[in-house]
Ligand binder design. Structure first.
Ligand code: CP
Ligand code: NVA
Length: 337
């Protein structure tokens, strides 16, 4: 199924969900599931033998970097990792110049950093596919993973799935999940204080996609109404990479009513509702930042409580595993067979 439909993505970059039609997105979802099954059944075929891939990380990463590296190795490709401390990127060479150099060496380039404009510029100049491994605005490889994970756990078609994203929704995860839901025809609710809701143009773009897919798009500041009847509750950190430490106090104040805890999960009214998080998460005192916040504000958990994170409704590690299969699908689809 997928191999035929995804050939049309050969040579394409993967910069934001809105660059893809619902049919193209669905082909990536199918390819992810195909590649995951092939791997599980010991019949993976290497489609990227001899290919070379650059992984540029201007922000830190565990899942995304490892998923790109392992997916590439599984498929027979080689990777080179570049970061600002070990390359000229970001301080001594422009993005456009870097893109033209990397495009001569590599068959594809992953980029993680702050500005969407940077990954867009890389794609404009590189002459090879560029994949967005997270910017402040979009996290499309995470969205693909999350769409697949919801399909796996819901056991019903995308059009029958309802999910809520609860938290700071102005940033990459809020934007990406909003457009993901629209592309997949889901009932998507963005639940956030008014000041942390997605930009109007992102909501408008999602609604335009939804008009074609039958998705329902809700943006609300009411946690109870927002999560009622959903199959999945997603959240993300309250302070994202690159933000100054001094926003914690304001963010805790704004987002405490939106913490994913047992009470919020009960408010779904759905005992089978699942909890999802792109990770990393502040759910206990196992992190240095978690301990700093505890010392200053007395909180033992932030966006999600430990009982929910560790409880039976949590599918966060299944979700994390799917980063590998979904990123592999993006590589295979865009670099071709
Ligand atoms: N979810 C995610 O992108 O994780 P990393 O920051 O570890 O890559
Ligand atoms: N919003 C988070 C996502 C991390 C995967 C961040 O940008 O830090």
């Amino acid at each position: 199924m997928s191999h035929t439909t995804t050939t049309s993505l050969t040579g394409r970059s993967f910069l934001r969900e809105l660059d893809f039609t619902p049919t193209e997105w669905s082909s990536l979802v199918d390819l992810t599931r195909t590649l995951k099954a092939e791997r599980a059944e010991g019949r993976e075929v290497q489609r990227l033998v001899g290919r070379t891939i650059a992984l540029v990380f201007e922000k830190t990463s565990t899942r995304t970097r490892c998923a790109f590296e392992v997916a590439a190795y599984h498929q027979g490709a080689h990777v080179t990792v570049l970061d600002p401390s070990s390359s000229q990127i970001g301080h001594k060479e422009s993005v456009a110049d870097t893109a033209r150099v990397l495009g001569r060496f590599f068959d594809g380039i992953e980029y993680r950093g702050a500005a969407q404009e940077t990954v867009d510029t890389l794609a404009r100049y590189a002459g090879v596919p560029v994949w967005n491994g997270l910017t402040d605005e979009w996290h499309p490889t995470q969205a693909l993973c999350d769409g697949v994970t919801m399909l796996e756990h819901a056991g019903k078609p995308a059009e029958e799935i309802a999910f809520a994203y609860v938290g700071d929704a102005r940033f990459n995860m809020g934007n990406s999940l909003l457009v993901l839901g629209a592309l997949m025809g889901m009932d998507v609710r963005i639940v956030a204080p008014v000041s942390l809701q997605p930009a109007a143009e992102v909501v408008d773009a999602a609604r335009a996609v939804a008009a074609g897919t039958g998705a329902r798009v809700t943006v609300t500041d009411d946690p109870a109404a927002g999560v009622h009847g959903v199959d999945f509750v997603h959240t993300d950190v309250w302070v994202s990479m690159g933000e100054p430490k001094d926003v914690w106090a304001e963010r805790i104040d704004l987002l405490s009513p939106y913490q994913v805890n047992a009470h919020l999960m009960e408010r779904t009214g759905n005992p089978a509702a699942r909890f999802m998080h792109c990770l990393p998460a502040y759910h206990d005192l196992g992190t240095a930042i978690g301990r700093e916040i505890h010392a200053e504000f007395g909180l033992t958990a932030l966006e999600v409580t430990d009982d929910v994170f560790e409880g039976p409704s949590s599918v966060v590690f299944d979700q994390a595993e799917n980063r590998l299969h979904s990123i592999k699908a993006v590589l295979v689809a865009t670099l071709g067979g």
